[in-house]
Design a protein around this ligand. Structure first.
Ligand code: SF4
Length: 497
């Protein structure tokens, strides 16, 4: 067993190389949580590759390190994967080679050390019945255990990706593809949205708790699958519905079959951070638009905590909707107090503290004319280590804000994620060891407030459900994971799709 596999997948912190990626938002300067991955699938459309290109481009925020696509022409696969953004990975010639009417595609974010081309997806295999391609979003908590068992019985792995474990489980089963896939999904534990493709079939499935989003649409008779509805919108597809927890959809020459691989009674537990931060504001989750849900989080925040201030501002981009909601509810004007520079690109600098701070300013600036002499309410979606919040508060103070009150539209983030979100170890999460007052001091704010569980559940419409958690996974806040997370004494967290 290599060290890489025997260690929990820890994330990088500051400076792991001689550059930082200012353009991606996935660098150590901003201790935001990392998005996981995005999947996109097309069944029976003559422009499957082009649609996948645009779909993956719409899902780019879910993974910026690699992209890939596999297309079937009914007889053979054509595929391409590469490191970088969708627009960097695919060019005109590559797109022209991706011929066929069934496709699956993937954008990936991965933890440090795993960011290599062999792990880029879709993973493509030859097995006894032909070609097999697999793309996933999420994390399999018992992947290491299964992998060891498979290795002991002779399997050889080419990647460190969980997805290959599933491919092995499918390939080793004596059953037909659909039953083999069901068997494989019944052996894995975690949060996942899977797309599996053969030369003439497409299978889409969601884990038994529906932790990761997966949605289905239609375009001119073709079926489309995507991690978020914004990708359907981009290609002009009509939204049909979300894939249900434990559901497995099969598309082949007989059309669509709606089956299940899981028949247990599990509570639905869609990732709350998708609502709070990850998903694009123009996407819908569970029939609820994300911008509107975040506005309601801002409304709720205002009802729980009114602050006598002059302006409300949101940390761009994810907190702008909530800031508008807070302003709407309180009557305090919403202002663009901070601007994000999206065009900084990859910058090579030396890792001195002074330049590190300069790097932050390259990416985010306070608007002096807006905040100078003002009492500011700053809305943000979460606090991870606290370093980003402190920098932003200080940036507003440097620009002349007389008071900075921080309102976070989620409960304190105290626990790591095991279902595909790359989070730091628990001891690095500031809320796991400090009180709210201690965090306030650490981030240099005049006051600090977190949205309550009830407020969050109400904002996403979960209060109408019989489940007190509103159909959400809230484990990173309340430590109640919907699945077993410890196998053979090992906890495997992060994103390993
Ligand atoms: S632990 Fe947190 S980040 Fe992970 S799936 Fe649950 S809500 Fe989402």
């Amino acid at each position: 067993m290599s060290d890489e596999l025997s260690q929990p997948q820890l994330r990088q912190t500051f400076w792991t190389g001689d550059y930082y990626n200012e353009g991606s938002g996935k660098d150590g300067l901003f201790d935001k949580l990392k998005e996981e991955c995005g999947v996109f699938g097309v069944y029976r459309h003559p422009d499957a590759a082009s649609l996948s290109y645009y779909g993956l481009h719409a899902l780019q925020h879910r993974g910026e390190e690699s992209a890939g696509m596999c297309v079937s022409d009914g007889g053979e696969f054509h595929y391409h994967r590469g490191m970088g953004l969708v627009k960097e990975v695919f060019d005109k010639d590559i797109m022209a080679s991706l011929v066929g009417d069934i496709a699956i595609g993937h954008v990936r974010y991965s933890t440090s050390g795993d960011s290599k081309l062999t792990n880029a997806q879709p993973l493509v295999f030859k097995y006894r019945d032909g070609d097999l391609a697999v793309a996933t979003n999420g994390n399999i908590v018992n992947a290491l255990q299964i992998r060891r068992e498979l290795e002991q019985s002779g399997s050889i792995f080419q990647t460190t990706s969980d997805t290959e474990v599933v491919a092995h489980l499918i390939a080793r089963s004596p059953k037909d593809l659909v039953e083999a896939t069901k068997d494989a999904f019944n052996q894995i534990v975690g949060g996942f949205a899977f797309l599996v493709m053969t030369n003439d079939k497409l299978i889409a499935a969601s884990d038994p708790h529906g932790l990761r989003p997966l949605t289905m649409g239609r375009l001119n008779g073709a079926y489309i699958f995507a991690s978020e509805t914004c990708a359907l919108e981009t290609i002009g597809a009509e939204l049909i519905r979300d894939i249900e927890p434990g559901e497995l959809l099969v598309l082949d020459k007989d059309g669509l079959r709606e089956e299940r691989f899981d028949h247990g009674k599990h509570r639905k537990a869609l990732c709350a951070m998708e609502y709070i931060y990850f998903a694009r504001p123009d996407s819908d989750l569970n029939g609820s638009n994300l911008h509107m849900a975040r506005k309601r989080m801002g409304n709720q925040m205002a009802m729980e905590c009114f602050i006598d201030a002059d302006v409300v501002t949101g940390v761009p981009d994810s907190s702008i909707s909530a800031a508008i909601g807070y302003a709407e509810q309180t009557g305090i004007p919403y202002e663009l107090g901070m601007i994000k520079n999206k065009y900084t690109g990859r910058t090579f600098i030396q890792p001195s503290q002074e330049l590190r701070e300069q790097g932050v300013k390259m990416k985010l600036s306070a608007v002096r004319r807006v905040v100078e002499g003002k009492r500011v309410v700053m809305i943000d979606d979460s606090i991870v280590r606290g370093t980003t919040s402190r920098r932003i508060v200080n940036m507003l103070r440097d620009a002349g804000a007389t008071e900075v009150h921080v309102c976070i539209t989620s409960p304190p983030f105290k626990n790591p994620c095991f279902y595909g979100i790359d989070t730091p170890d628990r001891k690095e999460l500031i809320a796991s060891s400090k009180t709210i007052e201690e965090i306030r001091q650490e981030i240099n704010a005049d006051s600090l407030h977190f949205l309550s569980f009830e407020g969050l559940i109400e904002a996403v419409g979960g209060h109408n459900s019989s489940d007190p958690k509103g159909g959400l996974c809230l484990a990173c806040f309340d430590n109640e994971y919907p699945t077993q997370v410890n196998f053979n004494g090992e906890e495997k967290f992060g994103c390993s799709c």
